[in-house]
Design a protein. Structure first.
Length: 377
């Protein structure tokens, strides 16, 4: 019998595919009935089990009524509630929600409805992205901050002791509902906090929008319908124009992180005493000063940004209780760090960020330069 020879084989697994993750963003007032209508029209067919994830603050206002309405419409719906606050957006809380869903009999044949602000949509979206290796989810945003940022774009994540949003994935929703009526139940501080991401959008992409915010700020804070509707629509337009071109943050989408390199570090070092928008506002001021120090942004533009943030009621200086050296160290946990160097998105005008190379919108800055700016504010 001839001796058999064995040779290692190389197999090519072809998995090329085109995925359509398009979805609608519905902006309006009292959208719970629209949500029920969309479900009846087949938004998540054939799914009939819906896990409503919300926090303790939002649950009695919107989570419980929506869950009850779903049951009346013939869905099997259960409420999964966790403590409110950024400090609860953790891997441990994600596991607790997943375990509760499993105990309640939820498997791959379900949909997740996230009802709340950015913490809820971030956490619930991450659960949806991994539960059963991925289930559909819907965002029903109840804060200005979530309407401007967290509920649009498919970025989901949890925080770690090291930094915010380091663990997560991209998972696009089936639909997003931005119910402006819910803003009327927000504490003033939460409403003001939400304006930071709106001002950021104007800073990176649209000076005319910035001028609109300067002119109509008091009307927006008074929750007048027409200015709030226009602001919300423009927020979404700016963000999805970026996301459509760069869903996975390989280049252009980094511009949406303006103010966030310093802002996220401040948020973490503050022990979450500062709300996300408050920390981002300080980050916007810091990175504007950094842009000016590097000869990119005129001083008049820095003052204009600072004035609008201050008029809004947002902080523009680093609180005294934050240690500057601890803050410097925390900057190195930012997702834009490359080869041990902190990189920043920088402006050359209101409505314009600097492109440093083809599809490159962040650049390393020497630590000593950053330290001087942080000492000044």
């Amino acid at each position: 019998m001839a001796e058999r020879t064995f040779k290692m084989a190389t197999l090519n697994v072809e998995l090329r595919k085109i995925v359509d993750d398009s979805y609608e963003i519905e902006i309006g007032h009292g959208l719970s009935q629209q949500l029920l209508h969309d479900l009846e029209a087949g938004l998540i067919d054939p799914v009939k089990r819906i896990a409503v994830i919300t926090d303790e603050t939002v649950s009695p206002l919107y989570g419980e009524p929506l869950c009850d309405a779903l049951v009346v419409e013939g869905y099997q719906a259960d409420l999964f509630v966790f403590p409110a606050g950024e400090q609860n957006k953790t891997r441990e809380m994600k596991a607790r929600i997943e375990d509760a869903m499993l105990t309640a009999g939820y498997r791959r044949d379900c949909c997740i409805l996230a009802v709340g602000g950015g913490v809820v949509t971030d956490l619930a979206g991450f659960v949806a992205g991994t539960f059963g290796r991925g289930v559909p989810f819907i965002n029903y945003a109840t804060t200005l901050l979530a309407a401007a940022d967290a509920s649009v774009g498919g970025k989901t994540a949890v925080d770690t002791p090291l930094a915010t949003n380091l663990i997560g994935l991209f998972h696009q929703p089936k639909k997003v509902y931005l119910d402006l009526d819910t803003w009327r139940t927000l504490p003033k501080r939460e409403l003001v906090s939400g304006m930071a991401e709106t001002i950021k959008h104007a800073c990176i992409a649209d000076e005319e929008f910035f001028e609109f915010l300067e002119e109509y700020l008091e009307h927006i804070l008074a929750l007048e319908e027409a200015p709030c509707e226009f602001m919300t629509e423009r927020n979404c337009e700016i963000k999805y124009q970026v996301v459509m071109q760069d869903e996975r943050e390989s280049g252009l989408r980094e511009t949406l992180n303006l103010g966030h390199t310093v802002g996220r570090a401040i948020e973490t070092v503050s022990g979450y005493r500062l709300l996300h928008g408050e920390a981002v506002a300080i980050g916007l001021v810091a990175e504007a000063h950094l842009s000016h120090r590097l000869g990119l942004l005129p001083e008049a533009e820095v003052k204009r940004m600072t004035t609008l943030l201050s008029r809004t009621g947002l902080p523009t200086q680093i609180p005294d209780y934050i240690d500057r050296e601890e803050l410097i160290k925390k900057l190195y946990t930012d997702k834009k760090v490359r080869n041990g160097r902190v990189r920043f998105v920088l402006q050359d005008a209101i409505g314009s960020v600097v492109r440093f190379d083809e599809n490159v919108y962040a650049t390393p800055v020497e630590e000593e330069t950053v330290r001087k700016v942080l000492e000044e504010i």
